[in-house]
Design a protein around this ligand. Structure first.
Ligand SMILES: Cc1cc2nc3c(=O)[nH]c(=O)nc-3n(C[C@H](O)[C@H](O)[C@H](O)COP(=O)(O)O)c2cc1C
Length: 368
């Protein structure tokens, strides 16, 4: 089992915690990525930088508790997708007044399940304490979110390790970055089974049949999702007499890439992936796609339940209508969507062989 796990690609998100103009954070994150890259490449790990200054999250502005996974703002959804797609984190953090930067605390607070059961390493920097007091404070926060701080650590004293805004060349420091990367990768593999436990469940969503578990898709779901998708689109290929359907042709890498622009939800029954759907906001529309239910689970009400759930995830203020596409000969699908209140809507830009269906969003009832 462990050899399979170690071959599975891992994705590490390097988070730049400082946001002020003229900060050191980006240069230190760049150094870490360069120093860790050979070890990452050799062990099948990809690295990406998330700079909180570019991401620009407002102070927690979501009405629902983050554990609900219900986000009304696109900035939160986008951050959610980025964090959910990671298997492990490196936090590059300074120390401000013996503590963590406020932007980092906020970036943690706005999400919940996306962080859980993933390891985190720290690259800290500062004056005499080299940022270690900031790390101690951050550990208290990350463990609450069910992340696991690893033992390997990099702590830079600015006066000794940084010159002219850059990390000084040092074989010792490069080695500490390499060790952190390898430890993160090992721990991420070991923690992987924890991420399939019910804690990732979207809170308070009762399904039409027993034993369903609805979660936001994680990187570990993707291979199984691709198999389910191909299986489900065989019917579409037959109905529309074409194999030229993107859900059939899509590769695992393309599916992984799509997670940065779509929110994806998975439904498992007794651990097995039985349904999925994805959605994203597009102007005034909440675009719903890839609604799929395993053929042997069809007729259980799972598709209608999932469609209704994903409609409820639409941003409240921005969404005027729901929109989806299906094959023009997918009579079964079209009927099912019409039963759910969708109407066929003419649009010249609809791809050849497809039809567009829309449904007006009912504004939420105002309760005094
Ligand atoms: C608001 C503020 C508070 C700071 N407090 C500390 C501190 O408590 N301990 C420390 O070692 N350095 C402290 N420093 C100095 C920082 O370590 C140093 O400015 C570092 O470059 C900050 O990271 P940044 O450039 O990425 O923002 C502080 C700097 C700022 C701006």
């Amino acid at each position: 089992m462990s050899s399979n796990l170690s071959r599975t690609p891992r994705h590490v998100l390097v988070i730049v915690a400082s946001t002020r103009p003229g900060r050191l954070g980006p240069a230190i994150a760049d150094w870490f990525v360069q120093a860790a890259l050979p070890a990452a490449t050799a062990s099948g790990v990809t690295l990406d930088i998330a700079d909180l200054a570019d991401i620009g999250l407002p102070l927690l502005d979501e009405p629902e508790h983050p554990s609900s996974g219900t986000y009304v703002h696109e900035h939160t959804r986008s951050w959610s997708r980025q964090v959910a797609a990671a298997d492990a984190f490196v936090v590059v953090t300074p120390e401000y007044n013996y503590g963590m930067p406020a932007a980092l605390k906020n970036a943690f607070d706005v999400l919940y399940h996306e962080w859980a059961w993933k390891p985190v390493g720290f690259v800290s920097y500062g004056n005499t304490s080299a940022g270690t007091r900031s790390v101690q404070m951050t550990k208290q926060v990350v463990t609450t979110l069910r992340m696991l701080p690893i033992g390997a650590t990099v702590a830079l004293r600015i006066a000794e390790s940084i010159n002219d805004g850059q990390v000084l060349q040092s074989a010792g420091l490069d080695e500490s970055a390499r060790r952190m990367l390898l430890e993160l990768s090992r721990v991420a593999s070991a923690m992987r089974p924890l991420r399939t436990e019910p804690d990732g469940e979207v809170a308070g969503v009762a399904g039409p049949v027993d034993g369903l578990r609805l979660t936001m898709a994680q990187p570990d779901d993707l291979a199984e999702l691709l198999v389910l998708q191909r299986c489900c689109w065989v019917q579409e290929a037959l109905a529309n007499d074409t194999l030229d359907l993107s859900p059939l042709r899509e590769t695992l890498d393309e599916l992984r890439e799509s997670m940065s622009t779509w929110q994806v939800w998975c439904v498992r029954r007794q651990g097995r992936l039985v349904a999925a759907v994805r959605a994203r906001a597009h102007e005034r529309a909440w675009l719903i796609g890839r609604l799929m239910v395993a053929p042997d689970q069809a007729g259980n009400g799972i598709g209608s339940w999932l469609l209704s759930y994903v409609e409820q995830q639409a941003p409240q203020e921005e969404t005027a209508y729901y929109e989806l596409f299906t094959g023009h000969r997918s009579i079964h699908n079209i009927k099912r969507y019409e039963r759910a209140g969708y109407v066929l809507t003419h649009d010249e830009d609809v791809p050849h062989g497809s039809v567009r269906l829309t449904k007006q969003r009912q504004p939420a009832a105002f309760v005094m």
